[in-house]
Design a protein around this ligand. Structure first.
Ligand code: COA
Length: 287
């Protein structure tokens, strides 16, 4: 989906989308607005330094608009979205919201909130799937805030496609030299050879996985490792699981993490968190 800034030519679409019955029902000002009122508001809004509007386009069709209104004093931006009534229910809302947030936060560091009517179940679900959590409820209005928090979800067979996409994007791999085909990958997911296996999502997007095997080894796969993310994963593991009892000369009585030797970034992060390297493993085959 293409995300672009709004321009004068979008005024008519915004007017129509705004006056759509469902949009009015779900917005806080429910009455129909006149073209004159709209044009005045639009002209002022696109000039305002504290308002940002992004239009989502897909195959040349305008999908909808995502709006951010910045309150400088509080360093908070209120986020709202309105999808072209002809394009609703096709999964575009989630894509537009996530991509518009990404674009907006490239140039701004602020808290994002949303105010949603309690009966707007689709919107509540949409913001939640983009990483917003409920902070309060006041007289039928739900307040949500974007939490840059990792969400940990146990892998199940429905995750095969998401895991395959992650696998395709993986830069470093210890055990896969070639990408398995989807059928074999699906079988692997269904069999789930790990003791624990989780998908990690950040702001509604799957960004990696971790697993724990019954020899107490941990594997972390993410192409976006940061110190904060790796710390959160390792803390989650230490808070929620205990290592299996060790077996002398076979299984240590602590967790350990395997890192691909090419994955310098992850090695540096794990070291910077104060964890001590144990050994380097070499592959021994006849050359
Ligand atoms: C609310 C709105 C933004 C959602 O956008 P959308 O493109 O229609 O929604 P999506 O197709 O991306 O779906 C978002 C989620 O809601 C679910 N959903 C969509 N339509 C649904 C319906 N009619 N019934 C139940 N669930 C529905 C989807 O399954 C999806 O959930 P998932 O992420 O768990 O799969 C859009 O319908 C809209 O513009 N409504 C009017 C204005 C409005 O309410 N704005 C929000 C105020 S901030």
């Amino acid at each position: 989906m293409k995300i672009r800034n709004i321009n004068q030519k979008d005024s008519k679409d915004l007017f129509e989308w705004r006056n759509n019955y469902e949009s009015r029902k779900m917005s806080f000002g429910t009455k129909k607005i006149t073209l004159e009122e709209h044009e005045k508001w639009f002209k002022e809004s696109i000039k305002s330094p504290n308002k940002n509007f992004y239009i989502g386009e897909y195959n040349g069709i305008k999908i909808g608009v995502c709006r951010f209104e910045f309150d400088k004093k509080k360093n908070i931006s209120e986020t709202s979205i309105n999808i072209n009534p002809d394009e609703r229910g096709k999964g575009y809302g989630k894509k537009l919201l996530i991509n518009a947030i990404k674009t907006y936060l490239k140039n701004k560091s602020c808290i994002l909130i949303a105010k949603i009517k309690e009966d707007n179940i689709i919107s509540l679900q949409l913001f939640n799937s983009a990483g917003f959590l409920v902070t309060k409820k006041v007289q039928g209005t739900i307040y949500m805030e974007l939490k840059n928090k990792l969400i940990f979800k146990k892998v199940d067979s429905k995750d095969a496609l998401t895991l395959y996409d992650l696998l395709k994007k993986r830069n470093y791999s210890i055990s896969h030299e070639v990408l398995p085909d989807f059928k074999n990958h699906k079988k692997f997911v269904e069999k789930n050879p790990y003791l624990y296996w989780y998908i990690l999502s950040l702001n509604g997007k799957a960004i990696g996985t971790f697993y724990i095997k019954d020899d107490n080894s941990i594997g972390i796969n993410t192409n976006e490792p940061t110190k904060e993310i790796i710390k959160e994963i390792l803390d989650f593991i230490l808070d929620n699981f205990s290592p299996k009892k060790g077996i002398p000369s076979e299984i240590p009585n602590y967790f350990f993490i395997n890192v691909s030797p090419n994955n310098r970034l992850l090695k540096d992060i794990v070291s910077s968190l104060g964890y001590i390297p144990l050994q380097v493993s070499y592959k021994i085959i006849r050359s």
